[in-house]
Design a protein around this ligand. Structure first.
Ligand SMILES: O=C(O)c1ccccc1NCC(=O)[C@H](O)[C@H](O)COP(=O)(O)O
Length: 217
């Protein structure tokens, strides 16, 4: 994103509690992520999704996270979601088979060819890039080498993986992503967000792009 007027969008992920949804909305988050994969410490079930999604106001995007799950579950959950985020080995055709726009999450394993993935998943709204750990499909709390992200990728980038209030400004300057995505960096414990850290994260994003704007105009 080379436009100095671009506002880096923020997604707060792994929300499990009403008060955390409210805190993220109040802080100015653009999108909220709900993990529907039962293997996660941040997993919620469909009833909880319905409850949390109903609190989200207009113009804030409700994103559901899935890892190689049944189409029937994704279809039911879609009633409460604006966007789907796929973290497993889902094919492009599977991702595109629902009534919602979607993101493909990619873990930055050493041999990952991002240009090839952008081509394969060209139906995605964006690629969410996260750290690779063989035993975890997401939410690792780890950063990766941001210099591996090519500037000319054919899809918008959502930068994830180990972002915190302390490093998000540096990440934005290094990568210039469409959006940043955080989970562990704004938590007190897995699935339990800290409203002060959420505020601080949003503030750091705002400051990073404000100084960038002033530098360029
Ligand atoms: O959070 C999880 O437990 C999880 C489990 C399975 C798939 C995805 C999952 N989380 C994805 C994310 O929350 C985002 O990729 C996140 O921004 C990165 O997490 P973190 O490094 O903790 O900020």
């Amino acid at each position: 994103m080379s436009n100095p007027l671009h506002r880096t969008r923020v997604k707060i992920c792994g929300l499990t509690r009403p008060e955390d949804v409210d805190a993220a909305v109040a802080a100015g988050a653009d999108a909220l992520g709900f993990v529907l994969w039962p293997g996660s410490k941040r997993a919620i079930d469909e009833a909880r999704l319905a409850e949390l999604a109903a609190r989200v106001p207009a113009f804030v995007t409700r994103v559901g996270l899935f890892v190689d799950q049944e189409a029937s579950l994704i279809e039911r959950a879609s009633a409460h979601l604006d966007l789907l985020q796929f973290h497993g080995d889902e094919s492009p055709a599977f991702c595109a088979s629902f009534t919602r726009p979607w993101l493909k999450a990619l873990r930055m394993r050493d041999d990952l060819d991002l240009h090839a993935m952008a081509e394969a998943y060209q139906g995605a709204q964006a690629l969410l890039l996260d750290a690779y750990r063989p035993d975890m499909p997401g939410g690792t709390g780890k950063t990766f080498d941001w210099s591996r992200i090519p500037a000319n990728l054919a899809k918008p980038v959502i930068l994830a993986g180990g972002l915190t209030p302390a490093n998000v400004a540096q990440a934005i300057r290094a990568v210039r992503p469409f959006a940043v995505d955080v989970s562990g960096g704004v938590e007190r414990a897995p699935g339990i967000k800290d409203p002060h850290r959420i505020d601080d994260f949003l503030r750091q994003v705002f400051l990073a792009q404000s100084t960038d704007f002033l530098d360029k105009t």
